[in-house]
Structures are given as structure tokens and as C-alpha cells.
Ligand binder design. Structure first.
Ligand SMILES: [Zn+2]
Ligand SMILES: [Zn+2]
Length: 352
């Protein structure tokens, strides 16, 4: 049994947490010892098993904005799996030890956006790992209602991919792939490789992955792309184009690759002040639909169902597993694929 949770001299239970400390300490997270949070009414304390490192975590560590603003000190990490360690008053549907993942964006529930069914557009939305403490820590507190039990067919590693997969599902919903569409996916990192598989499942008849790295192009072909090409060589026009790379060049390329009547989705995060040139005449002439995709409203359950069905191949996506104490290795050299942080071992059940 690991004793990651220890009693401090004052008898207060403490845990490890990898925290962002703001502009003064860019480039890495600080490995701090902090009190174990306590679940209030309607909340669950989850012992974290794995937490994935998202591109937005890297942005935040570098001092760039992620999906939402972050003020330090803040424990990052929002792509996690774990097991229920304790529950607050009024929680009847979760059992201690139950494997769960959790929705990570919490909306107010009573503003205009929330009433219209767009909780992700709520101006008061709070995000795990941005506005509230995340899962690069031994324990995390989340609303019990946000917890989703992990089906037996889904491993703890896979369950840490539910959050990015659910973002991809929202992106695919925005892309509106129809049976027989041709689809171009720009960027074949973890997100792009998930998109390739989802586009295939959605009935795309021809999928092109646009990606500079030969190894990632090879993976795209293995996971269902018909064609994988370098961005400098791509020619043609597609019904649906999604930019998962999030640079000015890739966004401009997405517009260039759009066929007449196409839908273009800006999915990857650019820097806030990045700009691209756009010819309204071309948008008009092609009657383009240009849209984007923000986080993952209402898609967690479907993401879990897809993983449980075996419809998404994940083994090629997870390329590195780091222990929590070595999390900063992830913020050095760029690394293709998804890095998971292993916070606790499978048989490591401590009760704070
Ligand atoms: Zn993320
Ligand atoms: Zn709201």
C-alpha cells in the first residue's frame, strides 16, 4: 500500500498536488503537500487513478490561457479516472470504491445559456483544473451528480480519455458528418486520431488526415484514414474540415480545403491573439459554414458508451505514463500522443 496520504504534525490529512503558481513560476508545476479536500453535501471525494495531460494544461503551464482563466495556486488536471473514497451528505447513488470518471465543467443552471440547454456557454461555468482544483493530486472533490460510473469493459487508463473523447464528440456534432461525406482532419495528434475514428463511425466515405509527422500519418492510416498527407502537399476539397492543430496556418488551411457547401470547425486552440486572413467573398461563393467547438456539453455518457462498445481504439493513443512525482517531465520536450499521469496504483486503496 502506498502511503501518499499522510498525517501532518497537526493531525490534518495531507496529499500531493501538482499546482500552477501563476506567472512567477512558468514552465513547471509545483509538487505541493496540501490538505485532503473534504466532500460537502452532494459531493464525492475521488481517489485519482490516472489523469491525462491535455494540450490546455501545457498552455497554462507556459502562461497561456487554456479553455478558461486560471489563477494560481491551482491544481491542474481534468481528464481523470479514479474511485470513490468518500461521499458527502445526501449522496445515495455512489458506493465507496466504485470506479468513476467525472464531468469537469459545472454551470450555474439558471442563466439564459443554461436554460437554453447550452451549459458550456454559461458565463459562470467553473472548470475542474482551471477555476477549481483538478486531478493532478491524490484526491479530488467533484459534485456527485457529475460522476459517471466506469463500465467494466473500460479500463482505468481508457477512462482517463473520456473527457478528451467527449470534447471530440461535441466537435463531431458541430461538424455534422453525414453518410457519404468526405472529411479532412488537420492534425493527427491524440485528438486528430480520435476524430479519424469518429468520422469513420459517423459514416464518412473518405477521410484525409493532414499531418506533418510521418509516424502520426501512419497511425492515422491504421486507425481508419483513407489518406494521410503532409500539409505542404495537400490539394483538394472536402465536405467537412476540422482543424485539430490550432495554429494560424492550420486554420487558414482548413478554409482552403473546404469544398462548396462545406462545414469548417475550428477545434484546436490557437493563441488568443492569433489572426488569419479570410476572404468573405470566398466564404460567400462556397457558402461555407464556419464554426467551432467548445468543451463537451452532454457528451460524457456517449463517450463512455463508445469506449465500452470497443468502437474507439485507444492503445495507440496513450504513448507515455508518468508517476505524479515526475509530472514535470511532460512539460519539457514535445511528445507525440497522450501522456497519462499515474497517481495511484490499481490496488492502492487508502481511506483518508
Ligand atoms: Zn482537455
Ligand atoms: Zn448558467
Amino acid at each position: 500500500m502506498s502511503l501518499s496520504v499522510e498525517n501532518s504534525p497537526r493531525g490534518q490529512q495531507t496529499m500531493r498536488a501538482a499546482r500552477f503558481h501563476g506567472k512567477q513560476q512558468l514552465g513547471h508545476l509545483s509538487l505541493d503537500v496540501v490538505p485532503v479536500p473534504q466532500p460537502g453535501p452532494g459531493e464525492a471525494l475521488v481517489q485519482v487513478r490516472y489523469c491525462g495531460i491535455c494540450g490546455t494544461d501545457t498552455h497554462i503551464v507556459q502562461g497561456l490561457p487554456g479553455s478558461l482563466p486560471v489563477v494560481g495556486p491551482r491544481t491542474l488536471g481534468h481528464e481523470f479516472s479514479g474511485r470513490v473514497a468518500a461521499v458527502g451528505d445526501g449522496v445515495g447513488h455512489l458506493e465507496i470504491g466504485q470506479r468513476v470518471t467525472s464531468d469537469v465543467n459545472f454551470s450555474c443552471g439558471h442563466c439564459a445559456a443554461c436554460y437554453r440547454g447550452n451549459p458550456h456557454l454559461c458565463p459562470d461555468m467553473l472548470g475542474v483544473g482551471t477555476a477549481i482544483d483538478g486531478a493532478f493530486a491524490d484526491y479530488i472533490v467533484v459534485p456527485a451528480a457529475a460522476c459517471h460510473p466506469i463500465p467494466d469493459q473500460v479500463s482505468d487508463e481508457q477512462a482517463a480519455l473520456v473527457e478528451p473523447l467527449s470534447c471530440c464528440l461535441h466537435g463531431m456534432d458541430r461538424l455534422s458528418v453525414r453518410l457519404g461525406d468526405t472529411v479532412a482532419i488537420i492534425g493527427a495528434g491524440t485528438i486528430g486520431l480520435i476524430m479519424v475514428q469518429l468520422a469513420r463511425q459517423a459514416g464518412a466515405v473518405h477521410i484525409t488526415a493532414v499531418e506533418p509527422h510521418p509516424h502520426q500519418r501512419q497511425l492515422a492510416l491504421q486507425l481508419g484514414a483513407n489518406q494521410a498527407v503532409d500539409p505542404s502537399h495537400v490539394e483538394g476539397a472536402w465536405d467537412k474540415v476540422i482543424d485539430c492543430a490550432g495554429t494560424p496556418d492550420s486554420a487558414a488551411l482548413a478554409l482552403r480545403l473546404a469544398a462548396r457547401g462545406a462545414t469548417v470547425v475550428f477545434f484546436g486552440l490557437t493563441r488568443p491573439d492569433d489572426e488569419i486572413g479570410l476572404r468573405p467573398y470566398e466564404v460567400f461563393q462556397k457558402e461555407l459554414t464556419i464554426t467551432s467547438s467548445f468543451v463537451n456539453p452532454h457528451t460524457f455518457g456517449r463517450a463512455l458508451s463508445l469506449l465500452a462498445s470497443g468502437g474507439i481504439r485507444t492503445s495507440a493513443l496513450i504513448t507515455r505514463v508518468l508517476p505524479l512525482d515526475h509530472i514535470n517531465d511532460a512539460f519539457g520536450q514535445p511528445h507525440p500522443g497522450k501522456t497519462l499521469v499515474e497517481v495511484s496504483a490499481a490496488d492502492d486503496r487508502s481511506n483518508p
